[in-house]
Ligand binder design. Structure first.
Ligand code: C5P
Length: 229
């Protein structure tokens, strides 16, 4: 029973203020994407890896990771993404080998999510046979506000969680959700839940933060420098 990790890296990431798509922005001695791949290669069990990238970068990404695939004996597929994150995940799902029964979907932008978090998600998917998302308590006080900025109410934060990736699923559940559910969702857990399936949480990791704005990239550079030194 094999694991696949789909890394979605086909977004433009304009909020980062770089010319290249976010996943291809330099980070440490590599890129945001290569940093995410390094984490996956640190997993206890070697997964099949599917990288979903902008269509004009498929060839160069394949070439760029060929040596890594060879050296780590890892199967690395590269496919073109879509207009939305959801379409990009679907493109990755479409090329999964038949032997895969556990699928993790990961944002390239969460480049510093540690290998251990991937292992924990895999373990929980297998033990509970359902979707698993890493989640952290919300530390800020959260308010619902009107269009014109008036505070309407304070939301009870004790029942709120900020969720991250990698999100893991039994392959059949994720494939069923993608085949049947209509609509736009910001993560895979929402899509799977909307198909009527139960999704559980495991503790998230602060290092799995999403690189979105320039300050996030700065923080990522610092973390990479610390772990290298
Ligand atoms: O834009 P955002 O940060 O929410 O994107 C989350 C992840 O989804 C990123 O790693 C991005 O590259 C990916 N994505 C994608 N295809 C899209 C949009 C986003 O693979 N069309």
């Amino acid at each position: 029973s094999a694991i696949a990790v789909i890394i979605v890296a086909a977004g433009s990431g304009t909020r980062l203020g770089h010319a290249e798509p976010k996943a291809f922005v330099p980070l440490g001695s590599g890129t945001v994407l290569s940093t995410a791949v390094d984490s996956v290669l640190g997993m206890r069990e070697t997964p099949r890896l599917v990288l979903v990238v902008p269509s004009e970068r498929v060839e160069s990404t394949l070439a760029g990771f060929a040596a890594v695939a060879e050296a780590s004996s890892t199967s690395i597929d590269v496919v073109a993404g879509g207009e939305s994150r959801q379409e990009s995940v679907a493109a990755g799902l479409a090329v999964l080998p038949a032997d895969v029964d556990t699928v993790l979907v990961h944002d390239a932008a969460r480049a510093l999510a540690p290998a251990l978090l991937f292992d924990e998600v895999v373990g929980a998917v297998r033990a509970r046979r359902r979707g698993i998302v890493p989640a952290l308590a919300v530390v800020d006080t959260v308010k619902r506000v009107s269009d014109d900025g008036h505070v309407l109410e304070t939301v009870d934060r004790s029942e709120l969680r900020a969720v991250q990736t990698p999100q893991g699923f039994p392959r059949a559940s994720l494939a069923h959700a993608y085949a049947t559910v209509q609509g736009d969702f910001t993560d895979d857990a929402a899509l799977v839940a909307s198909a009527g399936l139960v999704v559980d949480t495991v503790p998230g990791d602060v290092r799995a933060f999403k690189i979105t704005v320039p300050a996030d990239l700065h923080r990522a550079e610092q973390l990479v420098a610390e772990s290298a030194g």
